[in-house]
Design a protein around this ligand. Sequence first.
Ligand SMILES: [Zn+2]
Ligand SMILES: [Zn+2]
Length: 303
Amino acid sequence: MRFEVTILGCGSAVPTLHRSASAQYINVLERHLLIDCAEGTQIQLRKYKAKFQKIDHIFISHLHGDHFLGLVGLLSTFHLLGRTRPIHIYGPEKLKDIINLTLHGFHNNLNFTWNLHRLNFSKKELIFEDNLVEVHSFPLKHRIDCCGFIIQEKERERNIRKEKIEEYDLTLADIPKIKKGGDHITTSGEVISNSELTDDPLPPRSYAYCSDTMYSESTIDAVEGVNVLYHEATFTSELAARAKKTYHSTATQAAEVAAKAKVGKLVVGHFSARYKQLTKFDEEIKPVFPDYVLAEDGLKLIV
Ligand SMILES: [Zn+2]
Ligand SMILES: [Zn+2]
């Protein structure tokens, strides 16, 4: 059951030859999602072989150019490729005007409809769900309104022990009920408890995206216990004052959030273009939260 994140861009405001600006492609149980869509994201999607025509949901964290300037280009390409399936965009309300105004300049109509679902910047909210997956947004602490996102599987069904199917002659009609936790009643009226028939399912997996944000205790609450946390670290601690002033985080702060939230693994990105080498990020993060990886364009993470 695939739950994979591809980092399409891990640079901050200014893209460089080695780091594009923010975008991530997520395949969670064959739902294809895009988080943020910096300029050039459609090229990155192709470069890293994402199934980008399958993307039905796009989440835009905030309206700084390095997080959304590729969106209209991507929509335009969907149109040119003959897309007819609707697309859902989750972002700040102003994004609707930006898209409309830009599209108005060169397309009369797209072949497909798009809906803008307005994010709530004051509290955590469920913004998407289907039978297997849900996505929450939660407020981050940035210069302008900004949301993080948590993508998680729903609780899985219980696993039936194979030998019990034979032992109790379980039918196709019995199995769905047992998977949902029900007991089984045999033809002679004997009740077989669910615990005898099944094993616990694997715990649901979760991924959190936090960019852009300064260090915040509320982020720690929001992402507590996720399997994988992506947290921005635009600067190292030498530039802590600048991080604070621009509402960004340092590498140490990203590691502190991961440690306090007891996440499984930390991925750090949104590096300032001033850092050619990232050795100092390693030096800061490792002592605070050893289970981490520095993002790079094209990196694939298994959640
Ligand atoms: Zn940014
Ligand atoms: Zn920003």
